[in-house]
Design a protein around this ligand. Structure first.
Ligand SMILES: [Cu+2]
Length: 361
């Protein structure tokens, strides 16, 4: 009896060895690519560091998320897709990439590892939620000497991430709040929020702590080419977070374009998203100190305060909420484009992970 058991175990082990392709790659090494990076969460790099890494077939690669901003690590997409589509953030399960299959981390807030079994060649992978964020893997035959060590790869990656942050730092330094004369002696203030170089962006309302007079208007602009934001006043009510059910409805504007210190007044998404406006304007009609935030990036510290001084409250004009331009997709609700639901679903999916990451720090 015991002999049959032993033969059985031997066969099982043999089958396991033959059916494991990694058996061929006895010297497999694991590499780390830093994914994103930050300066105090205020500037977020949208970079794989290093952007290009050479590995041997059978090696592992771990993408380490370097900041509070999530990314995706996605193989098998030949070109960028709409970052607001569900495809962009839905994980595609897999532990290895063979050069042809689709595999994606989905929204990643922590380390993500793949074994690279692809044939020798040069391959591009993408972050699907940040258009333009791409990395390259050069795959060599097993056992080929590497052109870099992990330390060298890390140093190159760090340099690339710091360069991206530096380019956006320069834009932040040049960004100014500007004023223009408005109707009836009022002032229109323009607040840049945010700016970005394409491979990094500022998660801040630049000059967003502002003192204005009753009747003044503030216009927030987003000139960053990759990341949208919101301007949201909750008036002491609950803060809107991506973790709450029904979050997606806040991607459409609500509350109008005047603010008297009460109620929810929300820009909806503005910035580089299909169908969204590039800016948001709000007139302040009552004195007070008002906190506001971006519902996507408040957790990274994207918050501001408007202090309104002088004069008696003015009569707010009766104004219908601004409708977003039609996207042609047809969401079923007038004025609410289909992509806002999509992005909402996507962010809801990532929210539990975001919570986990924040707690860990
Ligand atoms: Cu934001």
């Amino acid at each position: 009896m015991r002999i049959f058991v032993r033969i059985g175990i031997t066969i099982t082990l043999l089958v396991a060895a033959l059916s494991t392709p990694l058996g061929a790659f006895a010297t497999a090494q694991n590499w780390t690519v830093t994914t994103g990076g930050t300066q105090d969460q205020a500037i977020q790099a949208l970079v794989f560091g290093p952007a290009k890494l050479t590995v041997d077939q059978g090696d592992g690669v771990t993408w380490h998320i370097g900041s509070g901003e999530p990314h995706t690590i996605s193989f098998g997409w030949p070109s960028p897709i709409n970052p607001a589509s569900p495809e962009a953030t839905t994980p595609v399960a897999g532990t290895a990439w063979d050069g042809t299959n689709k595999v994606s981390s989905g929204l990643a807030f922590k380390d993500y590892t793949l074994t690279i079994t692809a044939a020798p060649g040069t391959y591009t992978y993408l972050c699907l939620i940040h258009p333009g964020m791409a990395g390259q893997l050069v795959v060599q035959a097993p056992g080929t000497a590497y052109p870099q060590t992990q330390d060298q790869a890390s140093a190159t990656g760090n340099q690339q991430i710091q360069a991206a942050i530096g380019a956006t730092q320069a834009l932040v330094a040049a960004a100014n709040v500007t004023q223009a004369r408005g109707a009836g002696g009022s002032t229109t203030w323009t607040v840049p929020s945010s700016v970005g170089s394409g491979n990094a962006y500022s998660a801040r309302f630049l000059g967003g702590d502002l003192t204005v007079k009753v009747g003044d208007t503030v216009t927030w602009t987003d000139t960053d080419p990759v990341v949208p934001h919101t301007v949201t006043f909750s008036s002491g009510g609950p803060t809107i977070t991506p973790a709450q059910p029904g979050f997606e409805k806040y991607f459409a504007p609500s509350g109008g374009n005047t603010y008297n210190g009460t109620g929810l007044v929300n820009s909806g998404l503005y910035g580089p998203v299909p169908g969204a406006p590039k800016s948001y304007s709000l007139q302040f009609t009552a004195p007070g100190t008002y906190k506001y935030y971006c519902i996507l990036h408040a957790e990274l510290g994207m918050v501001g305060t408007i202090t309104v001084v002088g004069g008696a409250p003015i009569q707010a004009p009766v104004q219908a909420p601004a409708a977003l331009p039609k996207t042609g997709g047809g969401s079923g609700v007038p004025g609410v484009p289909a992509w806002s639901y999509v992005l909402g679903a996507v962010l809801l999916g990532g929210a539990p992970l975001a919570g986990r990451r924040l707690r860990r720090r």
